[in-house]
Ligand binder design. Structure first.
Ligand SMILES: NC(=O)c1ccc[n+]([C@@H]2O[C@H](COP(=O)([O-])OP(=O)(O)OC[C@H]3O[C@@H](n4cnc5c(N)ncnc54)[C@H](OP(=O)(O)O)[C@@H]3O)[C@@H](O)[C@H]2O)c1
Length: 322
């Protein structure tokens, strides 16, 4: 099949693009050509690369047209953040496309009511990003109903893997948190440490897209959570991460308003965002309808990221990872 992947060299694309080539698809990747995939793979030799700046092309109204010129049978859009951007892409593709896959986000849920949250639960997006992703979902499902536009939407959690920083047990990105746990130093967590994070390995996100393509008849017109088998509490995450270095986590807890004074404004903002959402999503629907079977638990996904961070000297530990 001819598949065009928009933004196919980043976290997800590093794994997804080679998977598609290995399955025998003819793959075109559109990006600005600034980034290299995190991992080398011989599959990249047979990928057609087109350098386009989506934002610049959208300003002159040519992005969707240029994507349609690749004559795709399927399009995987990993880079869409507004309805306008989505509309501009999908209008020229309408009627000529076998499958359109959009990368959404768990942030469309906002806070959950019953956990693990199912896809059909009422949505309460909490931030502009979540509201915009939800608006895209509504637009695409309306296209499915009114124009039979063959859409599938995947909602990943915190994408994690070798090559970049995972969300840490304090809910932000500063790798010092792992160094504290690795050296047995005290770590202060917000509240009771019982709010949740829901990671997913980038290769499992790639698996989700591939399985949705393979199972198009049950995937069209549907959205799926693409996360690990279980969310983590901050406290449980911290304890597990310390144990990887042979340590017991020394944890202290403070109410969020006091805790935020112990970190930078940027860290406090990231933690607030993660705690307010406290994602905890069900993958039952993806398991049943598209045979999604994540290879990594949340802890295994973070472990992979940590292994890379240690090897790259981005975090230091006297003890190796167990
Ligand atoms: N990160 C998370 O934890 C998370 C969680 C849930 C959902 N998501 C969703 O995942 C998607 C992002 O996937 P990702 O994490 O794999 O992305 P990523 O690692 O940020 O990679 C972005 C890709 O898009 C390309 N790109 C960036 N700006 C571009 C532009 N203006 N024009 C053309 N190409 C451009 C990049 O290559 P160049 O720089 O070379 O152009 C790269 O190939 C988004 O839809 C996001 O909402 C992410």
């Amino acid at each position: 099949m001819k598949i065009t992947v928009i933004g196919g060299t980043g976290h997800i694309g590093t794994y997804l693009t080679p998977r598609l080539v290995e399955l025998g698809h003819e793959v075109t990747v559109i990006s600005r050509g600034k980034r290299k995939p995190y991992r080398p793979h011989t599959a990249w030799d047979s990928v057609q690369r087109i350098n386009l700046d989506r934002e610049a092309e959208e300003k002159i109204g040519s992005f969707g047209k240029k994507v349609s010129l690749t004559k795709p049978e399927a399009v995987i859009d990993l880079l869409c953040f507004t309805v306008e951007s989505c509309r501009q892409l999908t209008e020229p593709l309408r009627g000529n496309l076998g499958h359109f896959l959009h990368c959404g986000s768990l942030w469309t849920h906002g806070y959950s009511t019953v956990v693990p949250a199912v896809e059909e639960q009422p949505r309460h997006p909490l931030c502009e990003y979540g509201r915009a992703k939800l608006a895209i979902e509504e637009y695409l499902f309306n296209e499915f109903r009114t124009n039979k536009f063959p859409v599938t939407i995947l909602h990943p959690g915190h994408i994690t893997g070798p090559g970049w920083l995972p969300i840490n047990p304090a809910g932000h990105l500063n790798p010092d948190v792992f160094e504290k746990l690795a050296s047995g130093r005290e770590l202060c967590l917000p509240n009771f440490g019982m709010e949740t994070l829901h990671h997913v390995h980038a290769d499992d996100v790639a698996q989700g897209f591939v399985n949705a393509l393979i199972n198009k008849s049950s995937a069209a017109g549907e959205s799926f959570h693409i996360v690990s088998t279980g969310a983590l509490t901050l406290r449980g995450f911290a304890e597990a991460a310390a144990s990887w270095f042979g340590k017991e986590a020394k944890l202290k807890f403070l109410p969020f308003e006091e805790w935020k004074k112990t970190v930078t404004q940027e860290e406090a903002g990231a933690t607030y965002d993660h705690l307010a959402h406290s994602p905890n999503a069900s993958i039952e629907k993806a398991k049943k309808k598209i045979n999604y079977k994540p290879k990594y638990t949340s802890l295994e996904a973070v472990y992979e990221a940590l292994k890379w961070l240690l090897a790259a000297g981005k975090i230091k530990s006297e003890k190796p990872l167990a």
